[in-house]
Design a protein around this ligand. Structure first.
Ligand code: SF4
Length: 338
């Protein structure tokens, strides 16, 4: 995304929560909630790729699906181009879904094995009454070509394709309605390492060509840095750090981000000697009973008393031009003078 251009907010997410109720006993009494997304706030700017990273189970995918209203939020606001999505009826949402699409993680499960790929790619156009049979077929052929597949493959079935090709088909399907915003939900995690970069490069090319905006969800931190303009780090249902990729990767302010980054292998042996791996103790706590105060405190080596009692505010320690948000009571100690 061009630095000189004024940033335009495409999506604004405020206080977003998604709780899954836990029921027990014969009368299915409500005994608690899994707090998958527990109050997140961030903007997504037009034309950017925002990476969303964190360990599995931290709420990344649920955040993506709740933003798209594929899951009904428990609380909060999702504003897309000045329209509030939360509380819209099915018809209103249906119209907007043309503009907001999703690429799923598993290219094997996301395509119907009994439908030709042409039908699968063309389906979103049928749902939204775009064009007629002939124009839709033309568009399918054009989309296949765009994602690097032979346009004549439209009458083939999913089992005739490799994992990487199926993900290209998933991308073609997501593009069918000319969307503006795409949630890419771990789009490369199920793919062979050798073809992950090809799919990421394709997504980047399509973004440039069509002015797309991505929320790119992944747990591979190296790939997220490669494709994203900004990155948000999630821990136990909350965003703990957010900023420009270079800023967050080179000067992380949250102890959790520091630990995640310390585990990325460095190819340069000299740098390797100076870089210490931070081992996180314990596992991710149960999201139905998250720790008090800062959710990360049981695993944090910098914790003090306040961390156990008070929620740290999500605050900007960067500048107005280069925002760097962090949720940590003691993040100032990690600021590097520029
Ligand atoms: Fe660690 Fe405290 Fe910062 Fe949480 S608020 S990350 S426990 S120092």
């Amino acid at each position: 995304m061009s630095e000189t251009k004024e940033k335009e907010v495409l999506l604004s997410i405020k206080g977003l929560k998604k709780y899954f109720p836990i029921h027990k006993g014969v009368f299915l009494r409500h005994v608690g909630d899994v707090k998958a997304v527990d109050g997140v706030d961030f903007n997504i700017y037009r034309g950017e790729t925002l990476g969303l990273v964190g360990e599995s189970g931290c709420g990344k995918s649920t955040t993506g699906r709740t933003i798209l209203q594929l899951l009904e939020p428990t609380d909060g606001q999702v504003t897309y181009k000045d329209k509030e999505l939360v509380g819209m009826n099915a018809g209103q949402l249906r119209n907007l879904r043309q503009e907001m699409q999703i690429i799923f993680q598993d290219p094997y499960a996301s395509l119907n094995p009994r439908k030709t790929i042409g039908r699968s790619i063309g389906e979103p156009m049928e749902i939204h009454n775009i064009g007629n049979t002939k124009s839709r077929l033309e568009r399918v052929r054009e989309l296949l070509d765009l994602v690097g597949l032979n346009a004549n493959f439209y009458s083939r079935f999913p089992h005739e394709f490799s994992g990487g090709q199926r993900q290209r088909i998933g991308i073609a399907r997501a593009l069918a309605t000319n969307p503006e915003f795409i949630v890419a939900d771990e789009p490369i995690s199920a793919l062979d390492v050798s073809i992950q970069a090809q799919v990421v490069n394709l997504m980047d090319d399509l973004k440039q060509q069509f002015g797309l905006t991505y929320l790119f969800i992944a747990h591979d931190l190296s790939m997220v840095r490669y494709i994203s303009d900004r990155v948000a780090v999630m821990y136990l249902g909350r965003i703990v750090e957010l900023g420009d990729c270079d800023e967050v990767y080179d000067k992380p302010l949250h102890p959790y981000t520091q630990a995640l980054l310390s585990s990325i292998p460095i190819p340069n042996p000299k740098a390797k000697r100076t870089k210490k791996r931070i081992i996180l103790e314990g596992g991710v706590p149960n999201p139905s009973n998250p720790p008090s105060g800062c959710h990360f405190h049981p695993r944090c080596r910098y914790k003090t008393e306040i961390c156990e009692t008070d929620d740290p505010k999500f605050r900007n320690l960067g500048t107005e031009q280069a925002e760097h948000y962090v949720a940590c009571h003691h993040a100032e100690q990690f600021l590097v003078p520029s």
